[in-house]
Ligand binder design. Structure first.
Ligand code: GRG
Length: 463
């Protein structure tokens, strides 16, 4: 077996060995099989038109899931090439596996291993939460492999020299951040200069991406332009920036263990916005919210860093970061129902509207009824649950990154209170947090940021 150079050779080999041990398929299966394991740590399914299995890969004390995927194979053979994805949709390496020769091995199917004919493949649509969870696991695995602190001190002097050369670029990123997200900019002042400028660079890329579909040139935006934006992103990650703002990001992604996947996914969110103006279910909405906001959380954690005092696993922190993005986006959607309807858009899950006895017309007519109030209560409860999950992650971040995160969490969550205070009229009234309340939230956020990481807190309460 030869493995392309992806830095994870041993893990990949282990994954394949596990696959061979655990996931034989039936030689009697009459068509290419769709395999899924239900006996792994947490059951996992392989996606539609995907042939593969998830296997556990122990890595530095933690276990993450890798998906070993193979193309359509002649019956009883592992068809080369076979790609291995680390718990997400992004291949982390390619394996060339010699065909699993001849007739299929006469091994019994393991309990929990499900083999379904490919014709049934539509039954194997992976829920959005699962798909996103796989990305989260991948990000956490990458972080575990490369600790979330700036890289080796040996390179510090050199890196500072390069960063010095990029001073103007980072300053410009700071200015943009200050212009569009004042509170957040203020809060980043508490971070170390290195983290602060990295967060600005990421923020600016997200802002520019968002403006492609929401900004002044949005009407000229096309799928082709987004494809170009994505290849420019690849250039950024390959160290070939196009302009000074790209250069700041290029430097950032080299200095911190930031992965390209969430950036790609955000562009995918913009593609959705070009083509989609209705969401049939929360599952569809969940994916959209991940694309446009959850990704920001995943991009930020490698820069913000996890507290050295944290005993939580990396996954918890990434889940919290994802949750904050989702919570913010859901809040944004609930606040902007009227505004979106005037643009012909409904982001609320249509099946849930229907269950509440509401129709699209009710949204376009914008009447606040008891049905609407009750529907909105449910939506607000769900958004708050995501904020609560975000709190768990926020506590585990590096001390100096916690305050900006708590500030944005408390401030954005208050928008939900304001929607309630407006008696759920989000058709003609825009819920906003008055300045005085914002000012109160900032010291509150600071106080929360002083809290020790949860696991440590538990220990100190025992002593
Ligand atoms: C919690 C942990 C562990 C880490 C934090 C990780 C982070 C920074 C998450 C933040 C995610 C985030 C800020 C997502 C953007 C969500 C969003 C809806 C932004 C709204 O942007 P605008 O459209 O400019 O907002 P306004 O319309 O309110 O001005």
């Amino acid at each position: 077996m030869s493995v392309s150079d992806c830095g994870l050779t041993r893990d990949l080999e282990f994954a394949v060995a596990s696959l061979r041990r655990r996931s034989q398929w039936s030689s009697t299966s009459s068509s290419p099989a769709m395999l899924s394991t239900a006996n792994a740590a947490g059951s996992r399914m392989c996606g539609r038109r995907t042939h593969g299995v998830f296997v556990d890969v122990p890595r530095r004390g933690a276990t993450f899931l890798a998906m070993v995927e193979y193309g359509r194979r002649p019956r009883g053979q592992l068809a080369p090439p076979c790609s291995v994805r680390a718990a997400g949709s992004n291949p982390i390496g390619c394996l060339e596996v010699e065909p699993w020769s001849g007739t299929a091995p006469a091994l019994p199917l393991l309990p929990g291993l499900v083999v379904a004919p490919a014709e049934d493949s539509d039954a194997f649509v992976v829920p959005s939460e699962q798909r996103v969870h796989d990305v989260v696991l991948k990000q956490a695995a990458l972080a575990a492999a490369a600790p979330l602190t700036p890289q080796r001190p040996v390179h510090l002097a050199e890196r500072e020299r390069v960063a010095g050369g990029l001073k103007a670029a980072f300053d410009r990123c700071g200015e943009v951040c200050k212009e569009y997200a004042k509170t957040f900019y203020l809060a980043t002042q508490l971070m170390t200069p290195e983290r602060r400028r990295a967060i600005w660079a990421i923020y600016v890329w997200c802002r520019r991406t968002d403006e492609l579909v929401d900004g002044p040139n949005a009407s000229h935006m096309s799928a082709l332009a987004l494809d170009r934006w994505e290849s420019r992103l690849e250039d950024i990650f390959a160290g070939r920036p196009y302009d000074m703002l790209d250069a700041a990001l290029s430097y950032t992604v080299a200095a911190f263990p930031v992965d390209i996947q969430p950036f790609r996914d955000m562009i995918e969110g913009m593609r959705l916005d070009l083509t989609k103006s209705r969401y049939r279910s929360f599952d569809e909405l969940y994916l959209y919210c991940y694309y446009v906001a959850g990704t920001v959380g995943l991009m930020s954690v490698p820069v913000m860093g996890i507290s050295p005092d944290s005993r939580a696993n990396t996954e918890t922190v990434y889940k919290g970061a994802l949750a904050l993005g989702l919570a913010n986006q859901l809040t944004n959607i609930l606040r902007d129902v009227g505004e979106d309807a005037r643009r012909g858009r409904i982001y609320l899950p249509l099946d849930e509207l229907e269950m509440a006895g509401l129709s699209e017309d009710d949204i376009f007519n914008g009447r606040v009824t008891d049905r609407w109030r009750s529907f909105m209560r449910g939506q607000i409860t769900r958004a708050r649950a995501f904020f609560r999950q975000a709190e768990e992650g926020a506590t585990e971040l590096n001390q100096e990154s916690r305050w900006p995160v708590w500030a944005s969490l408390l401030l954005y969550r208050q928008i939900l209170d304001e929607i309630e205070a407006n008696d759920y009229n989000n058709f003609t009234k825009r819920a906003y947090v008055p300045k005085a309340k914002k000012l109160v939230a900032l010291p509150k956020a600071y106080y929360r940021s002083l809290m020790l990481p949860s696991s440590q807190r538990q220990c100190s309460s025992l002593t």
